[in-house]
Design a binder for this molecule. Structure first.
Ligand SMILES: NC(=O)c1ccc[n+]([C@@H]2O[C@H](COP(=O)([O-])OP(=O)(O)OC[C@H]3O[C@@H](n4cnc5c(N)ncnc54)[C@H](O)[C@@H]3O)[C@@H](O)[C@H]2O)c1
Length: 302
């Protein structure tokens, strides 16, 4: 099998790349290294592993590589900051809508069997309709979320019996190699960096806001399960939440690291996020394996 991974040098992408290589798949990564790093894809020797080809390219403009025999496309590349998208919506339209359109056309021309693209829980907005179900009415509050919703519609337009597409709405992904400096910087890598440098942990507001934190390796497994379609395919394009179905307070995350906690000004942000994962568990038989508080405890002691 040959899988193309856009954004394969990024946080989620490099986990996906290594897992795909472990499965014995041939992997082609398309990345412009705007937030991703080539080092994520290198062996300790500094070489690129066998079976992997890395193409440095911008999927939103310029020529795309002419790669033949593509079986799967895992489309992860996108600019990822909600805040930045409010100030620079054009960058997000180009990086999400235009780039996805180009990749879907490219995949279709190559008779790709199956496409999975990364959508986001941000499309639900600050809803009180909790837990968030795929059938909830979306309420995107930023260009980032709005354009991801447009991307889902685009995928639906390309979905067919020959090129199956699926949109996976990731909740808050955490895990090894999560950046604390570029792109979307989540609470966990910020707290980890503060904890490791003996600084107080800065919790925004009262810290009682909640998130559904899902482990990166579980997310990759969900992507692969959707790509290989265990049930042979779907008539209508599926959309799946990828979360844990458990709500964790940001304050509990900070306390799990330990040390001094200080509260800083609240931000305008979602108060609660919680995925309903009954659809993905029923249809794909996927279940998250790693819990965030346990992971922090083990990571601290590693
Ligand atoms: N991390 C999360 O919690 C989370 C939550 C919801 C959705 N997502 C989605 O998952 C995907 C991956 O996110 P991530 O956290 O790994 O972010 P990331 O920034 O680490 O990865 C994105 C990768 O895409 C590359 N990229 C960006 N624009 C590109 C372009 N035009 N051409 C080529 N490469 C490009 C970057 O260099 C990077 O390697 C994104 O689509 C994001 O919207 C992530």
């Amino acid at each position: 099998m040959h899988i193309v991974i856009t954004g394969g040098a990024g946080f989620i992408g490099h986990h996906a790349t290594w897992r795909a290589l472990e499965r014995g798949w041939k992997v082609s990564v398309l990345d412009n290294f705007s937030t991703g790093k080539l080092e994520n894809l290198l062996l300790p020797s500094g070489n690129i592993p066998g079976g992997l080809t890395v193409y440095e390219c911008d999927i939103a403009e310029g020529p795309l590589p002419d790669i033949p025999n593509v079986d799967y496309l895992l489309h992860l590349a996108a600019p990822v900051s909600v805040e930045e998208s409010l100030n620079n919506p054009d960058k997000y339209w180009k990086g999400i809508c235009h780039a996805s359109q180009r990749m879907l056309t490219w995949a279709n021309e190559r008779s790709c069997q199956s496409v999975v693209a990364a959508s986001t829980a941000a499309i639900y907005g600050d809803t009180e309709d909790i837990p968030m179900k795929e059938t909830n009415t979306p309420d995107p509050l930023s260009p980032y979320a709005e354009y991801k919703l447009e991307m889902e519609e685009m995928l639906d337009g390309y979905h067919s019996s020959t090129m199956q597409c699926a949109a996976l709405r990731f909740f808050n992904v955490f895990g090894e190699g999560q950046p604390n400096d570029v792109g979307y910087v989540s609470a966990i890598p910020i707290f980890k960096k503060q904890y490791e440098s003996y600084k107080p942990i800065t919790v925004t507001g009262d810290g009682l806001q909640t998130r559904d934190f899902v482990y990166v390796e579980d997310v990759v497994e969900a992507c692969f399960t959707a790509l290989v379609r265990p049930n042979g395919g779907f008539e209508a394009m599926p959309i799946f939440n990828v979360g844990t179905g458990e709500e964790v307070r940001v304050l509990d995350i900070a306390e799990a690291f330990g040390g001094e906690i200080i509260h800083i000004d609240p931000r305008e942000e979602q108060r609660r996020a919680l995925a309903d994962i009954s659809l993905i568990t029923q249809v794909l038989d996927w279940r998250p394996q790693t819990k965030v508080l346990q992971w922090i405890k083990e990571d601290k002691n590693a």
